[in-house]
Design a binder for this molecule. Sequence first.
Ligand SMILES: NC(=O)c1ccc[n+]([C@@H]2O[C@H](COP(=O)([O-])OP(=O)(O)OC[C@H]3O[C@@H](n4cnc5c(N)ncnc54)[C@H](OP(=O)(O)O)[C@@H]3O)[C@@H](O)[C@H]2O)c1
Length: 383
Amino acid sequence: MVGSVGCSRNPGGPVTGPSGTSSRDKAITTTSMTVPKLDARAFIPVSVIAFLIAPTFATRTPRKQAHRDMSVPTFTFNNGVEVPAIAYGTWQSPPEQLPRAVEYAIKEAGYRHIDCAWGYRNEKAVGEGIKASGIPRSEIFITSKLWGTWHQRVEQCLDETLADLGTNYLDLYLMHWPIPLNPNGNHFMIPTRPDGSRDIDESWDIVDTWKQMEALLKKGKVRAIGVSNMSQKKLESFLPKVEVVPAANQLELHVYNPDHALVSYLKSEGILVQAYSPLGSSGSPLISNGTVVKIAEKYDGLTPADVLLGWLLSKDLEVITRSLSPERMTSNIKGSVAASKALTQEDIEILDGIAAAGKQKRLVTPPWGVDLGFDNWPVKATA
Ligand SMILES: NC(=O)c1ccc[n+]([C@@H]2O[C@H](COP(=O)([O-])OP(=O)(O)OC[C@H]3O[C@@H](n4cnc5c(N)ncnc54)[C@H](OP(=O)(O)O)[C@@H]3O)[C@@H](O)[C@H]2O)c1
């Protein structure tokens, strides 16, 4: 089993340290924790290894070795809370498969950060998996998100999430989208107007949503608060009006949508970037991208998925990735850390340039019907 990625924290949930303060000036730092060696070669005499690998080197061009027994990094939020840099995602995962998957992810694959949301409608199943893992709550970092129909009643939404997950606090609570929806509309999640457009509550200001989130932080029900899907344009009008600077902004980020300018802006504001859909989500075109495949082929033991995840980690961006396959859950941790250390500056620059070379594409674009302020949001998704 991969070792603990958690950090010691107060299981009762009261916010410790400078939580709740507006600390833009604190840099995001990384620390690392040791993962026990899984490499069976550790038990084989060196002379035997040399004999086994010699013919390989003689018959083909040597490739750079990506060592897989690496340490898993953590990041530190602007309020001092530490967060494991690789999270297990739960979007679109069927509730009937999730208890076993989450249990495996925590107990066997070694994830200590689970990314959830009220809107995924599967938090009860996630909670069952967390409980079945047997790992103490204090060693698991749990993120969840406030859905749009709850902006006016933030604590009620959080309480539903806490009850479903079977915990009395969250490590991170995010505003899922900066879009308040009509809480009394024709649907509990995606209310629509007679013309079919999404029923946005235009009378509600997300700054008031945030004030309610700040109150939860002060109460100790969440250890950090953040946003998701917030563009620089939105943040520039939002930040001057709020007391607590968001700890994180969870965004669609991958080689087809690297959003370099937004990432630099967030780093300058001390807001941690969490990359969602880093593999390009279900049916991804990224894994078979020629450039990504070619870079993976340079390194023994690295897959295209490892390269996609490692590229983000190497830039100090958190990754949230989903898999229901035990093998891929495990390899996504070990491979991404290995790739983050193996990729050269040249590899990183090539990966950085894929979108600008003609591949720019967002893959998660709900038709909100309002301008979120992103440069590269497809026009048809807002129509
Ligand atoms: N804040 C937001 O608005 C927002 C939006 C979207 C996502 N998220 C979060 O981010 C998480 C990750 O994003 P995502 O779920 O869209 O997708 P993702 O992690 O980019 O991709 C998941 C897909 O890739 C496959 N996969 C996983 N590991 C692989 C590997 N090593 N090789 C090949 N294929 C692999 C999975 O299939 P298998 O299961 O078969 O492995 C699945 O189909 C979500 O689950 C959610 O927690 C947040």
